[in-house]
Design a protein around this ligand. Structure first.
Ligand code: FMN
Length: 473
C-alpha cells in the first residue's frame, strides 16, 4: 500500500470513496467526523439505494438499529421538511446519542468494507473530543483496519484501542479551557452498558497519528500509551486544517500564516523512528510518489485529488464549479487563520455562492445547532460549559468567551454539511451555503481533468499517482 486516500470530513471521504480506493489495493479512509448527523440526514433523505438500512441490519444490536430507523428514516417529502438531528454532544450525554454515534461509524466502515477483503481506515480529529470514543468503537465493531488521527495529540488512543477490542470500559482526558492541573475531566465509554449482543474479541486496528513536527512524531512514538504502527507527516500545504506555525503566529500581507525553517520536518529523523511513514500535503502530483519513496517514505497521503472524483461525497454542483476553475488554473486558495472555530488555520477555496465570500458570510444569522467544534470550558461552578466562537455573539460573550475570538469565525459544521448536499434546513428560511477546503495544489487538478475528464474516478487518481512507477516499455 503506497497511497492513503486522506480522511476528509465531513462526509467527503464517504464509504463510496473509501471503498473505491480500497478495492484498488490502496488504503481508502472514511471520515468519522459528524457521521451520526450524516447517517441521520441520509435516512431523512430517504436512504437511496437502502445502503444505510442494509448496514444497520448487520449492526450487532438490532433494537438500536430499529430505533435509529424509527427516529430518522423519512419516507415522504412531507416528513423530510424538518430535519431531525441527533442531540449535540456533551459530557454525560444520553445513551441514545452514544449509540447513534457508534452505529453511524459502524455503518460507514461496514459499507466501505463490503464485498472485498482489503483494508479500510477511519479518520478522526482529536480536537472533536466528545464523540471520539464512540466513533472509534463503532468503526471497530465493523472491523476497521486503520485508525488515522490528527488535529491534536492522540497519545491515549493506542491503549484505548487495546481495551475496546475486548469491549472494556475506556476513558480519555478532555482539554478544557480554564482547567487547573488538579482538575481531571475525562470522557467515558462503557460498551457493554450501551450495546447488547456483542461479538467476541475484535481485531486491533493499526494506529497512524498525523504529525506536523519531529517533536510530535517523537512524542507519539515514544510516549503514547501503546503501539503506534506508523505516521502520517502532514505539511502546511495540505487541504483541511493545518497545524499552526511554531512559535508566535505571524501573518503576511494577505493575513496568511508565515511558516519558516522551524516548521520544516526532518524526514531523516522521522525515518530513524523506525516506523512506516507517509507524506501528506502537496504529494498528489506527477512524480511525487516516486520522490516520496526516494525519501524513504512508505508512500503518500493524498486528499485534494480524491475530494473531487466521482465517488467523493462533495455535492455535484460544488465539484463542477471547482473543477471548472481548476481547469482554467484560476482557483484561489487562502489559508484562513480566523475561519475555523478551532483556532487552527483552515484552507478555503474562493468560490462564488459559498461562505468563502466575506460579504455573503456576514449576512448569515449565526446559529449553533451541530456543535462539533464547541470548546469545552470550566465554569465558575466547576462544571463543564460549551461555547463556539461561531455561535451567536451574545451567547458566546455571556459564556465568558473573548470578543476578539468572534471576528471572522465561520460555521464549519453547517458549511461542511452543505458541501455534501446535506445542509441543515433552518426555521428562519436561511439557506446554509457550502465552505470548501482544498490544498494549495488545487489548480493541479487540471491535469486529472485533462487526462480523464471532469468525471474522473478514484481509480483514475490512483493511475495518475502511480504512472511514474509503472515499468517503462
Ligand atoms: C476536502 C478536504 C477535507 C479534509 N478533511 C480532513 C479531516 O477531516 N481530517 C484530516 O485529518 N484531514 C483532512 N484533510 C486532509 C487530508 O486528509 C490530506 O491529508 C490532505 O488533503 C493531503 O494534502 P493534499 O490536499 O495536498 O493532497 C482534508 C482535506 C481535504 C481536501
Amino acid at each position: 500500500m503506497k497511497i492513503i486516500q486522506g480522511g476528509m470530513g465531513a462526509g467527503v471521504s464517504n464509504w463510496q470513496l473509501a471503498r473505491a480506493v480500497s478495492v484498488e489495493g490502496e488504503l481508502g479512509v472514511v471520515s468519522g467526523t459528524a457521521t451520526e448527523v450524516i447517517m441521520a440526514r441520509r435516512l431523512q433523505e430517504g436512504d437511496e439505494g437502502g445502503h444505510t438500512r442494509r448496514a444497520l441490519a448487520a449492526f450487532p444490536d438490532q433494537e438500536i438499529a430499529d430505533r435509529i430507523i424509527r427516529d430518522y428514516f423519512a419516507e415522504t417529502m412531507l416528513e423530510r421538511a424538518v430535519a431531525k438531528l441527533p442531540k449535540v454532544h456533551k459530557l454525560n450525554e444520553p445513551e441514545q446519542l452514544a449509540q447513534d454515534t457508534i452505529a453511524a461509524n459502524f455503518v460507514e466502515v461496514y459499507l466501505a468494507k463490503e464485498g472485498h477483503n482489503n483494508p479500510v481506515g477511519i479518520n478522526l480529529l482529536t480536537k472533536i473530543q466528545l464523540p471520539v470514543l464512540a466513533s472509534l468503537y463503532g468503526a471497530m465493531l465493523a472491523g476497521v483496519d486503520y485508525v488515522v488521527m490528527g488535529a491534536g495529540v492522540p497519545r491515549e488512543v493506542p491503549a484505548i484501542l487495546d481495551k475496546l477490542i475486548r469491549h472494556e470500559d475506556v476513558s480519555m482526558a478532555l482539554q478544557v479551557e480554564g482547567a487547573r492541573s488538579e482538575d481531571s475531566f475525562r470522557s467515558h465509554l462503557s460498551p457493554k452498558n450501551l450495546i447488547r449482543n456483542l461479538p467476541p474479541e475484535l481485531p486491533r486496528p493499526a494506529f497512524y497519528p498525523i504529525v506536523a513536527s519531529n517533536v510530535l512524531a517523537t512524542t507519539m512514538v515514544r510516549k503514547a500509551t501503546g503501539k503506534v504502527d506508523g505516521l502520517i507527516v502532514e505539511g502546511p500545504t495540505a487541504g483541511g486544517h493545518n497545524a499552526p506555525p511554531r512559535g508566535a503566529m505571524q501573518l503576511d500581507a494577505n493575513d496568511e500564516p508565515i511558516y519558516g525553517d522551524r516548521d520544516e520536518v526532518d524526514l531523516g529523523k522521522i525515518s530513524a523512528l523506525g516506523l512506516p511513514f507517509y507524506l501528506a500535503g502537496g504529494w498528489g502530483g506527477v512524480n511525487k510518489l516516486k520522490e516520496a519513496l526516494a525519501l524513504e517514505a512508505a508512500g503518500i497521503q493524498v486528499g485534494t485529488a480524491f475530494a473531487f472524483c466521482t465517488e467523493s461525497g462533495l455535492a455535484q454542483t460544488v465539484k463542477e464549479a471547482a473543477l471548472r476553475m481548476a481547469s482554467e488554473g484560476i482557483g484561489k486558495v487562502v489559508t484562513d487563520v480566523f475561519a475555523s472555530p478551532t483556532g487552527f488555520p483552515f484552507k478555503v477555496l474562493s468560490l462564488e455562492g459559498t461562505m468563502s465570500e466575506v460579504a455573503d458570510y456576514l449576512t448569515r444569522p449565526r446559529v449553533c445547532n451541530l456543535g462539533f467544534l464547541r470548546h469545552l470550558y470550566k465554569k465558575d461552578d466547576g462544571e463543564i460549559g460549551y461555547r463556539c466562537p461561531s455561535e451567536p455573539e451574545n451567547s458566546y460573550l455571556a459564556k465568558g468567551g473573548g470578543e476578539s475570538e468572534l471576528e471572522g469565525r465561520k460555521c464549519l459544521c453547517n458549511g461542511l454539511m452543505a458541501n455534501i448536499g446535506l445542509g441543515i434546513p433552518r426555521n428562519d428560511g436561511y439557506f446554509e451555503p457550502p465552505l470548501v477546503t482544498v490544498g494549495d495544489c488545487f489548480n493541479q487538478l487540471c491535469e486529472l481533468v485533462k487526462g480523464w475528464g471532469e468525471g474522473y474516478s478514484a481509480s483514475d487518481v490512483i493511475e495518475y499517482l502511480t504512472r511514474d512507477l509503472a515499468p517503462q516499455t
